[in-house]
Design a binder for this molecule. Structure first.
Ligand SMILES: *[C@@H]1O[C@H](CO)[C@@H](O)[C@H](O)[C@H]1NC(C)=O
Ligand SMILES: *[C@@H]1O[C@H](CO)[C@@H](O)[C@H](O)[C@H]1NC(C)=O
Ligand SMILES: *[C@@H]1O[C@H](CO)[C@@H](O)[C@H](O)[C@H]1NC(C)=O
Ligand SMILES: *[C@@H]1O[C@H](CO)[C@@H](O)[C@H](O)[C@H]1NC(C)=O
Ligand SMILES: *[C@@H]1O[C@H](CO)[C@@H](O)[C@H](O)[C@H]1NC(C)=O
Ligand SMILES: *[C@@H]1O[C@H](CO)[C@@H](O)[C@H](O)[C@H]1NC(C)=O
Ligand SMILES: *[C@@H]1O[C@H](CO)[C@@H](O)[C@H](O)[C@H]1NC(C)=O
Ligand SMILES: *[C@@H]1O[C@H](CO)[C@@H](O)[C@H](O)[C@H]1NC(C)=O
Ligand SMILES: *[C@@H]1O[C@H](CO)[C@@H](O)[C@H](O)[C@H]1NC(C)=O
Ligand SMILES: *[C@@H]1O[C@H](CO)[C@@H](O)[C@H](O)[C@H]1NC(C)=O
Ligand SMILES: *[C@@H]1O[C@H](CO)[C@@H](O)[C@H](O)[C@H]1NC(C)=O
Ligand SMILES: *[C@@H]1O[C@H](CO)[C@@H](O)[C@H](O)[C@H]1NC(C)=O
Length: 378
């Protein structure tokens, strides 16, 4: 268990609490029938991140383990292979550590795994095919690692999957990823921001009938806003910002009944704002919007980065402010007077386009009645 790098000075070493890998191994050997293992450092000691420990490979006897939660520690090294023997494991949450290497765990032995949270580590390499054997999987959170390659074809078997968030990795082949995931009929949230850099946005997609949140911004994607999105009738949140999409804003977006957060900023869109966009039901009347969006066990969604800070992070999609952001495109024409209908809108950003608003007086922006809290036009 000498896997801790003791690269801290003497004072800090003396203050090192008796947790870490040794404690974990001891606990496990004392209580082999543990079913819930929540492991956390004493946050009040001033531990420095240069002190890191590998997760001990001692899980082989924990055949009753259902929950293993050890997020926000300083664990490094690979995923211990013995976890594959915890056949009752249903939640594995190791987010926000410094784990590295490719995922070599054989997931076939984990048929009950419903939630896998590996976000904010330093994993690399492709996702293992065996992950698709976790038929009960509902939540996969893989953001902020360096996973590479294509999404495995057999992920189509993940029929229970509700939530897949995988921003800021190095995945390739969006076309294949979507043709695989369109078969996951229950998928409600899909976040793929910061992957598939410079690819073409695929045109021949279908399915996604359950999708409520789609984020594929920050990918430099090329092409037009694809028409298949119009059949995602449940879409509430759509983020296609920071791509290279061109062509016009399609009028059918206005008929997406649940859409209340639309971010098309920083693309190369042209033409005028279609009047149909002002028909967005969720922005016109109350009691629709976000009420049906549920969070995935508190896993934050990274939707977009604001100009100033590192990230706007919303705990759950239902707390997104109702928004239309079209900034930084090449949109021209005038603002349709009908935007006055958007009584539920909180943010309207039309800046950095070529939109003239000579008739703005008639929209009564800023009326108490109109719910806009942030309006950026130029
Ligand atoms: C598992 O249990 C057996 C029998 O009690 C013991 O000999 C072995 O060391 C344990 N393995 C681990 C990894 O703790
Ligand atoms: C990540 O872990 C560190 C160390 O425990 C903690 O200080 C930090 O708040 C955690 N970050 C998040 C986003 O949980
Ligand atoms: C993974 O484990 C299963 C049994 O759980 C076994 O049948 C399969 O051969 C293993 N796969 C690999 C690649 O070791
Ligand atoms: C991610 O992995 C790829 C391929 O191994 C490598 O080229 C790239 O530098 C890595 N990116 C980061 C941020 O580590
Ligand atoms: C998909 O969702 C429906 C409705 O929530 C549910 O009845 C069904 O069991 C889910 N399918 C799977 C495979 O989890
Ligand atoms: C993306 O991941 C890299 C490391 O893989 C990290 O340095 C960078 O801050 C991340 N970006 C965001 C916006 O999270
Ligand atoms: C869409 O077309 C690409 C190539 O043109 C193909 O690889 C992909 O499988 C197609 N997807 C679907 C869902 O048909
Ligand atoms: C727009 O996106 C590009 C990448 O596609 C990025 O380099 C640039 O900084 C972004 N501009 C603004 C104003 O956000
Ligand atoms: C745009 O709105 C008009 C008038 O409401 C309607 O007739 C037309 O079908 C709409 N077009 C689309 C593509 O939704
Ligand atoms: C939202 O939930 C209500 C009741 O829970 C349901 O009647 C309605 O159809 C749902 N809307 C969508 C778009 O799923
Ligand atoms: C708006 O831009 C389109 C091309 O993108 C052009 O055809 C049209 O004339 C422009 N309209 C105005 C009012 O400038
Ligand atoms: C902006 O639109 C005006 C007409 O409304 C036109 O004269 C001007 O050239 C346009 N500017 C750009 C950068 O397209």
């Amino acid at each position: 268990m000498d896997s801790c790098e003791e690269s801290v000075d003497g004072e800090q070493q003396r203050r090192r609490p008796a947790v870490t890998a040794t404690a974990m191994a001891t606990t496990i050997s004392l209580f082999p029938s543990l079913s819930f293992f929540f492991f956390t450092f004493d946050r009040f000691t001033e531990m420095v991140s240069t002190l890191t420990c590998e997760l001990p490979n001692v899980f082989g006897n924990l055949t009753n383990l259902e929950f293993f939660i050890a997020n926000s520690n300083f664990f490094s090294g690979p995923l211990p292979l013995s976890l594959a023997l915890c056949s009752k494991l249903s939640v594995l949450d190791l987010r926000n550590n410094s784990l590295t290497g490719s995922i070599d765990l054989n997931f076939t032995g984990l048929p009950s795994l419903g939630m896998l949270v590996l976000a904010s580590n330093r994993f690399s390499g492709p996702l293992p095919n065996s992950l698709a054997d976790c038929h009960q999987s509902k939540i996969l959170s893989l953001d902020k690692n360096n996973f590479t390659g294509q999404l495995p074809e057999n992920f189509a078997k993940l029929q229970s999957l509700l939530f897949l968030s995988s921003s800021n990795n190095s995945f390739v082949d969006l076309s294949r990823a979507l043709s695989v995931l369109q078969q996951c009929k229950n998928l409600t949230t899909l976040i793929f921001a910061m992957n598939f850099i410079g690819e073409e946005i695929p045109k021949n997609v279908s399915g996604f009938e359950s999708l409520m949140v789609l984020g594929i911004g920050y990918c430099g994607l090329k092409g037009h806003i694809p028409v298949w999105l119009s059949s995602c009738k449940k879409l509430h949140v759509l983020d296609l910002s920071w791509n290279h999409l061109d062509g016009r804003i399609p009028p059918w977006i206005g008929s997406m009944e649940n859409l209340f957060y639309l971010d098309l900023s920083n693309n190369s869109l042209t033409g005028e704002i279609p009047t149909n966009l002002t028909e967005l039901k969720s922005l016109i009347s109350t009691n629709c919007c976000s009420s049906n969006l549920t969070s995935a066990a508190g896993i934050p969604l990274f939707v977009k980065r604001s100009q100033s800070s590192n990230g706007l992070q919303y705990k759950q999609a239902s707390s997104f402010p109702p928004s239309i952001s079209l900034s930084n495109n090449m949109i021209n024409g005038t603002i349709p007077p009908e935007v006055g209908r958007w009584k539920q809108l909180h943010v309207l950003d039309l800046s950095r386009n070529n939109i003239s608003w000579r008739d703005h007086a008639q929209f009564h922006f800023g009326d108490a009645e109109l719910g806009i809290f942030r309006l950026v036009i130029q």
